[in-house]
Design a protein around this ligand. Structure first.
Ligand SMILES: Nc1ncnc2c1ncn2[C@@H]1O[C@H](COP(=O)(O)OP(=O)(O)OP(=O)(O)O)[C@@H](O)[C@H]1O
Ligand SMILES: [Mg+2]
Length: 197
């Protein structure tokens, strides 16, 4: 299942990206490699992405910062976004990744990327787009979210996030990392799983 690329998606193959799962390890000079840190709210994306970006010397962005104001208002109200709401957001994120690739660098970005269709949009960016899925048990995530302040994502959205989550398929370019250890160790695991540690 692959979402169609919109007309402005650029010169990408229709299968969602140039990296089939069996094409082996990529050498470091194989072009920009983006790392998308994904997972449900509270799984540690922002925390871990910051560490990864610092260790890799890469720019880091929050997909949340690219949401249209209407989406932010909905999330503040505890209203789940529709896929129609998400489309311009994902396209903005894809455009940012492409701009980074054209500047000659890979980037680290946080994005919940819960559904494959969303990841298919991001895979359309220039460069290799790799996903790091942070997983932790729901009780741990709920406790972390409850302890966190000053954030627009209320814990009430967690059940719908978990229901929406489509884990990485075998043909997707990504790794699954258990986020049940301190953030530095989660980052270690991610780098090892990506072959960058
Ligand atoms: N591995 C970890 N161990 C303990 N606490 C963590 C860990 N990772 C993140 N946290 C804490 O859990 C809370 C949620 O983490 P964070 O904000 O990074 O999650 P997020 O996935 O970015 O959430 P959102 O999707 O809502 O942006 C924060 O208070 C953070 O400090
Ligand atoms: Mg975050």
């Amino acid at each position: 299942m692959t979402a169609p690329h919109p007309p402005d998606g650029g010169p990408h193959p229709p299968d969602g990206g140039p990296h089939p799962p069996d094409d082996g390890p990529h050498p470091p000079d194989d072009g920009p490699v983006h790392v998308v840190v994904m997972g449900v709210a509270g799984s540690g994306k922002t925390t871990v992405a910051g560490i990864l970006a610092a260790r890799l010397g890469r720019p880091c962005a929050e997909a949340d910062d690219l949401h249209p104001a209407a989406n932010v208002a909905k999330m503040r109200a505890g209203v789940p976004l529709t896929d129609e709401d998400r489309r311009p957001w994902l396209e903005a994120l894809r455009a940012w990744l492409t701009a980074e690739a054209r500047a000659g660098r890979g980037a680290v970005v946080t994005c919940s990327a819960l559904r494959r269709a969303y990841r298919d949009v991001l895979r359309g960016a220039e460069g290799r787009v790799r996903f790091v899925h942070l997983v932790a048990d729901p009780a741990t995530i709920a406790a972390r979210m409850a302890a966190r302040s000053g954030h627009f994502m209320p814990p009430s959205l967690l059940p719908s996030q978990l229901a929406t989550l489509e884990p990485l398929d075998a043909d997707e370019d990504g790794v699954v990392v258990a986020a049940d250890v301190p953030p530095d160790e989660v980052a270690d695991r991610a780098l090892r799983a990506l072959g960058l540690g």
